[in-house]
Ligand binder design. Structure first.
Ligand SMILES: Nc1ncnc2c1ncn2[C@@H]1O[C@H](COP(=O)(O)OP(=O)(O)OP(=O)(O)O)[C@@H](O)[C@H]1O
Ligand SMILES: [Mg+2]
Length: 245
């Protein structure tokens, strides 16, 4: 069964946004960015079509600014395509990305409660899971501190712990695994394996090839706002690594 379908999807960001929020990517891609500037908007993804089937786990790879996070945002529904159609027929986890989804002034515990409710759980259901989530995060007393005092690894711990206990049907992970320490990464991968055994699909963005090899059986390489290569991990990844070095 097909769980994700992109048909001729184009995503263009308005220019004023581009200047203020995409500076890092702008600098990384000056030639193409300058060309785009002369036209009216910045095209992050151009006429993308692909499908993902149930049981597949897919990694999106590509250089900085290629459009990977944009793609995950489109799948999660937090971004809307400029043109084309997107169909996602599974309950998607909240997009797990660095610094995403949490309120900086609230404590870890309050953020868990907030996220659970936003995910459609009742307060009772959240209360039933909260001890498990806190234990998984191993944040100890920090769970009562505001998120703004967390390190990026601690943030990732909280994010992954919440998502791991919400029973998603499709897991979207953007670069979060890389900031966890070795022991937490091990726990994350065990959890991901468990999810996959239950038929949950994983869509991952990562610059770490061993993470990709461990989690994904298919890799889609994005370059110049388009799909450059799409196939089994063992075929696509070596080409990509070669092109990057
Ligand atoms: N909110 C935004 N407003 C304007 N432009 C944006 C916005 N978000 C992303 N872009 C632009 O879209 C392009 C794709 O960005 P995206 O964040 O999807 O790249 P990425 O592949 O995730 O990169 P990285 O590997 O650095 O995370 C970039 O050129 C970026 O400048
Ligand atoms: Mg990104």
């Amino acid at each position: 069964m097909e769980i994700i379908r992109f048909e001729h999807v184009t995503k263009t960001y308005p220019l004023y946004h581009h200047f203020f929020s995409g500076l890092k990517n702008f600098i990384f891609n000056i030639p193409s960015a300058m060309k785009q500037l002369r036209s009216s908007g910045f095209t992050a993804l151009k006429d993308l079509s692909f499908t993902i089937q149930e049981g597949e786990s897919v990694a999106f790879i590509g250089r900085n600014g290629a459009g990977k996070s944009t793609l995950l945002g489109l799948i999660a529904g937090v971004l809307k395509p400029t043109s084309g159609t997107i169909r996602v027929s599974k309950r998607v986890s909240p997009l797990l990305e660095l610094g995403g989804g949490f309120h900086p002034e609230l404590s870890g515990l309050e953020n868990i409660q907030l996220n659970g409710v936003l995910m459609g759980l009742s307060r009772k259901q959240v209360a039933a899971k909260i001890d498990e989530i806190v234990a998984f995060s191993e944040l100890g007393e920090f769970i009562h501190e505001p998120i703004r005092s967390y390190s990026s690894g601690m943030n990732a711990r909280l994010g992954f712990s919440v998502i791991a206990h919400l029973e998603p049907e499709l897991l979207l992970i953007d670069e979060v695994l890389a900031v966890g320490d070795a022991s937490f990464q091990k726990k994350c991968f065990a959890k991901i394996k468990e999810f996959k055994a239950r038929g949950v699909s994983v869509v991952l963005v990562s610059h770490n090839s061993s993470d990709i090899e461990m989690v994904c059986n298919r890799v889609i390489w994005i370059e110049n706002h388009k799909i450059l290569m799409d196939g089994p991990t063992a075929e696509v990844l070596p080409h990509y690594i070669k092109a990057m070095t």
